[in-house]
Design a protein around this ligand. Sequence first.
Ligand code: A3P
Length: 319
Amino acid sequence: EYMRDEKLSEECKMLLPHLPKTKGWVGHHLYKYEGFWHNNRHLDGLLSYQRHFSANDGDVLLVTTPKSGTTWLKAAVFSIVNRVCHPPGSKNHPLLTENPHGIVPFIELQYYGSMPDFTNMPLPRLFSSHSPVISLPKSVQESHCKIIYLCRNPRDTFVSFWHFTNKLRTQAGAEATPIEETLNMFCNGESLCGPFWDHVVGYWNASLKKPDKVMFLRYEEVRAHPDEYFKKMAEFLGCPISEEEKGEGIVEELVKLCSFDHLSNLEVNKTGTGKFGEANNAFFRRGQAGDSANYFTSEMIDKLDKVTYEKFSPYGLIM
Ligand code: A3P
């Protein structure tokens, strides 16, 4: 049923026939817009987001490539910026009863098929997005809103994505796609919001150009040193963790609240569903760095690493 409810705008319907088109991973098509591949629903939301979103200076955008740790980043930033009204150790913390995707909306999905009203959102307004840097609305580029970009090494991102889309495929009654076939599409850049590498390079360059506006994070690094990166995120967002808070162990509490083991074992994330009927547990699988080693042959590694080297080395990006 995924992607069947096409409430596409006239603008999107008119545009689609003019865009390059390829087969997507879940059974719908992908369309190339501004150099990146989107499914029709995502593109519809993106077009409307580009046209209508008005960013405020205090807004925070959490941008990721799919399966790079969006769920975790949403939990982390929400709990960091709201730590006074929602202390991380509190028994009524929103993250205990709601999935992070229910707390921090995906902006493209909000704009798909309707015009969202963000006027009553708690401040700072937090949004998430998979939009490539080139497709960001003007107001995002021109305002003082902040962007935290989280990426993940391409091997693990790919494996996580392959699992996720196969889950959607099999739920919809289709066959799972073999890993080699999906890897070929990924290496050709044909994945949701791909080419993966171009997405990463776009935000990498933006972070070098405007380090006060764009923070560039890697999943593996945050996973290895969460305390350090939670502190860095708080600083970047203008709400640094004070010495007093550090003394009270607040950093450790925030990290623990958002950890894979904690979130994935909450009832809401084990059995709950999201706004579109998606199972919350689909966003929690293993939550490890390096799981791709369990799925890749050496040929597959060579193939993927070659693309990564070609795409990243001109920019000094190592992953
Ligand atoms: P794996 O499939 O490798 O386990 P996204 O949130 O962007 O959809 O990414 C999903 C990936 O992030 C999945 O990776 C998922 O398990 C992992 N993940 C979810 N919550 C996490 C958390 N709190 N800490 C670390 N990883 C997390």
